[in-house]
Design a protein around this ligand. Structure first.
Ligand code: NAD
Length: 384
């Protein structure tokens, strides 16, 4: 059975789906690993590193894709500069494992089904204890949460920690983190390590203890609706609740030096938590880093992919932050994807078992079938 590692072609993608250390372990298990020439270049792994780990380097893209029984990627397949579609390069009946963003871009599922690909979406790995080692959303969100604080600290015209010096005392920076999921919690921990005073807010009351255990103050809002959906994710809240939360957080935004927003609702546009009015009330020189920029942003003034200054406030809207730390991002992703792959391989042969809840949840297409009801519904309103 041939397992192939594709070179990523998305412009801002620097990660790679397998790293040499993990290739060596798979080769030891008797699996054949094929790596596209240059796949590890942006992660500082050379073809020679992969060869030393036991992989074969393939220069011809069409050969790599069309001969793979399992093709591994980080970013969703897309059209190549030479006009060929990556999906059309796949062998019918083969397996693709990658981030696929099927709820944001359901058309991809239709294309994969048309090509009879068994596609597993890394975004749809359930957030359960057994699936923890495969949870790429968490591994990558944690990197993003860390990096977001570094971006904020670099852009802030102040120190983060409190300092008592011969030239006087410096007050610590005040950091407000909105959304305390995986990225938000890592952001809290990182900002605390840098010495900031940290407050955090989330509509899921369950995170209160986690926030406090990291040394931050939890800003609580009591809403009259259930805010938690299946899988522990947040629900989209009513307009009334949105107004109440905005009123509650306005003063905290105003008094902060740094606001970091990470709030997301799967499959939906990110909720607006910081309005124009709130940004206008912030002190000049303050910084907002909007980790939800890719999903439209949590701040009304965010320009996705850009750093802007709005009314004296620096607003950073990073895209694909994990890719800015490609070495560890790839190391963790490679572990996640390999753990998932182990569920699909028995005695060196492919065995897709839909009785396994993880395979069942992650597999979006099999043969010509789209297997996920939410994707089917999203497809009805999408343009194919
Ligand atoms: P996410 O990226 O979907 O969202 C980030 C945070 O934004 C969440 O905490 C969410 O509650 C919050 N949010 C959404 N709308 C908001 C709003 N209007 N105002 C304020 N905050 C808002 O979240 P995630 O980091 O992917 O985590 C999702 C869930 O999965 C969490 O319950 C997390 O604890 C759980 N999880 C479980 C496991 C596991 O058990 N193996 C692993 C990772 C995550």
């Amino acid at each position: 059975m041939k397992i192939a590692v594709a070179k990523e072609i998305e412009v801002c993608e620097r990660r790679v789906s397998l790293i040499p250390d993990i290739v060596a372990k798979l080769v030891k298990q008797g699996l054949e690993i094929y790596v596209e020439s240059g796949a590890g270049d942006k992660t500082y792994f050379t073809n020679a590193d992969y060869e030393a780990a036991g992989a074969k380097i393939i220069s011809d893209v069409a050969t790599l894709w069309s001969e793979a029984d399992i093709l591994l990627k980080v970013s969703p397949p897309q059209d190549r500069e030479d006009g060929r579609s990556e999906i059309d390069l796949l062998k019918p009946g083969s397996v693709l494992i990658s981030f696929l963003n099927p709820l944001g871009n359901p058309v991809i599922a239709q294309k994969l089904a048309n090509r009879q690909i068994t596609a597993l979406s890394m975004e749809l790995i359930p957030r359960t204890t057994r699936a923890q080692s495969m949870d790429a959303l968490s591994s990558q969100a944690s990197l993003a949460g860390y990096k977001t604080v570094l971006l904020a600290a670099a852009a802030l015209p102040k120190y983060f920690p409190m300092l008592t010096t011969a030239a006087g005392t410096i007050a610590p920076a005040k950091v407000f983190i909105m959304g305390a999921g995986v990225a938000g919690l890592q952001a809290i921990a990182t900002a605390r390590r840098l010495g900031a005073v940290v407050e955090a807010f989330d509509i899921r009351p369950a995170v209160k203890e986690e926030v406090q255990s990291l040394g931050a103050k939890f800003i609580e809002v009591k809403l009259e609706e259930d805010t938690v959906a299946a899988g522990g994710y947040a629900k989209e809240i009513s307009e009334d609740s949105k107004k109440r939360t905005q009123q509650l957080v306005a003063t905290h935004v105003k008094n902060s030096d740094v606001v970091i927003t990470t709030a997301q609702v799967p499959g939906r546009k990110a909720p607006i938590l910081v309005t124009e009015e709130m940004v206008r009330a912030m002190k000049p020189g303050s910084v907002i880093v909007d980790l939800a920029a890719e999903q439209g942003g949590n701040c009304a003034c965010t320009a996705p992919g850009k750093d802007i200054v709005w009314n004296g406030v620096t607003i950073i809207g990073p895209i694909n932050l994990p890719s800015s730390m490609p070495v560890h991002a790839s190391q963790l992703y490679a572990k996640n994807i390999t753990s998932l792959m182990q569920l699909l391989i028995k005695d060196k042969a492919l065995q897709i078992n839909f009785g396994d809840d993880i395979v069942d949840a992650a597999c979006i297409t099999h043969g010509v079938e789209i297997r996920n009801q939410r994707i089917k519904e999203a497809l009805q309103t999408a343009t194919v």
